[in-house]
Design a protein around this ligand. Structure first.
Ligand code: HEM
Ligand code: HEM
Length: 182
């Protein structure tokens, strides 16, 4: 599983680097040719940065939601089991599944948010207020992940769990403001 994770993350990074280098070559090459070609390709290149960046942005949102599902699932465990005893087995395996892959999905969310940020920056060519708000959300996820790594080794420490959750709630809020103003 560890190798699979490493492979997946490496592929994502290689794809990004590949896209970024090919994309900028096109833009540089454009400067050497006629005006028509330059404008046409230049606009097209920036557009595709934005399209890919936006798709990755929504991917980040989805990954964050899937990672966060661990919370309502765990909290509703008692309620579901007492009211629907027949669902106990299924609910426990769902809960185990989300527990097992939580860190992996959380890291995917973090990696996607960074890739999104890079693409949006390349498409806009500057860091504007919405980008700075986005950076704030990424910063919160980074700190939450650091706390999460400590929590992983000390699962009984309640304050670490609360800190991790509060940071994630803030990341959701700042992320939502970022999407709203974009
Ligand atoms: C957790 C972090 C982040 C999430 C969840 C996120 C999510 C999104 C989403 C879903 C959109 C698309 C909105 C639409 O379709 O109109 C968007 C737009 C944008 N994002 Fe992010 N983002 C994050 C971080 C960042 C960072 C770090 C940057 C830049 C450094 C950034 C820059 C932008 C920009 C410039 C847009 C505006 C695109 C436009 O409409 O012109 N974002 N973001
Ligand atoms: C956007 C990404 C993430 C979200 C939305 C998120 C959210 C959550 C939530 C809501 C909980 C439940 C807290 C509770 O039981 O009261 C939790 C637990 C936890 N998180 Fe995250 N998290 C994210 C990323 C990460 C990352 C990257 C790591 C590790 C580096 C991590 C490590 C942990 C650990 C170890 C737990 C305790 C799990 C257990 O009790 O078995 N999380 N997280």
């Amino acid at each position: 599983m560890k190798k699979l994770k490493m492979l997946f993350i490496s592929i994502l990074v290689i794809m990004t680097i590949n896209y970024v280098t090919t994309g900028s070559n096109l833009v540089y090459a454009d400067d050497d040719f006629e005006k028509y070609y330059e404008n046409h390709e230049g606009v097209k290149g920036e557009d595709s940065y934005e399209d890919i960046g936006e798709a990755v942005g929504w991917g980040t949102v989805i990954a964050m939601i899937i990672a966060g599902l661990i919370y309502p699932i765990r909290r509703s465990m008692k309620l579901v089991i007492t009211n629907f005893p027949g669902l106990k087995k299924m609910f426990i395996s769902i809960s185990r599944f989300f527990g097992k892959y939580h860190i992996f999905i959380g890291i995917i969310a973090l990696v996607l948010s960074i890739i999104h940020g890079i693409f949006m920056y390349l498409s806009e060519g500057e860091l504007e207020s919405e980008g700075i708000i986005g950076l704030g959300a990424v910063g919160l996820i980074v700190i939450a992940s650091i706390v999460g790594s400590v929590l992983f080794k000390n699962k009984k420490v309640k304050s670490l769990r609360t800190t991790h959750t509060i940071l994630i709630v803030l990341a959701f809020l700042v992320g939502a403001i970022h999407i709203f103003v974009s």
